[in-house]
Design a protein around this ligand. Sequence first.
Ligand SMILES: [Zn+2]
Ligand SMILES: [Zn+2]
Length: 282
Amino acid sequence: MALRLKIWGCRGSVPAPGPQTVTHGGNTSCVEVMLGDEEALVLDAGTGIRALGVDLLRRGTRRIHLFLTHLHLDHVEGLRFFAPIWDEGVTLEVWGPRSPVLGLRERILRAFSPPLFPLDFRDVPARVVFHDLPAGPWQADGISLFSDLVLHPGPTLGFRLETGSSTLAYLPDHEPALTGIAGRSTDWISGGALAAGADLLLHDAQFLDEEYDAKIGWGHSSVDDAVAFSRAVDARRLVLFHHEPDRSDQALESLEDRARELTGDDRLPPMLAREGMVVELN
Ligand SMILES: [Zn+2]
Ligand SMILES: [Zn+2]
């Protein structure tokens, strides 16, 4: 079965609209994995989810499965402005990382209260159900989704989606270099099992190598480490994701050149994630 995805936001940390980011987009993380019109599968609720929400209502989608890698603001910022939650005919299932301190529902509800937001979660008309992850694989419409904790500040998940014929790995916020990448078996690399042999790997590449030294431990990868990770897990194609907000379209293209140089000729060339990009895996 083919797996189709559409990127609705791929900027890291904070939205970055403006003339410098028109090509690759300024909205934060949100990826749709296309199911039929009845149901939708969405990865992260960054500001990209706002436009997706409008589109889902237009398509008549009534059941939405939202998987959150973690609760940093750039991954949940769009949820309050996701039109389907303001429609009483919609059911939204929200899956996200468990915390030892508070349930997923309680942590998300903080964003639906003053002074952060004028309305209370009780005012949300859609039926919203919360589920903690990791749990066993989730399955629908021929897709199995696996989750596991990865290296990033606070409980953070990566996702692996399999259809039987193709595999997608989604690790937008990830710093595997903290515990090591090269020369280790995938079991000993953060996110290694999630991304092993993936046909498409969407991976954090927020920094250039020369920027990374000052940002070690912030939870993100240099482009060099993203390429090293992709090689170590033997992913077929790397998509560079979670773009630094200050990086212009032009600067992103040189980051892509750097990734291609590092990758060499024996693999498919890495490419930059771009808002509006649709990828189909057979
Ligand atoms: Zn992020
Ligand atoms: Zn984060």
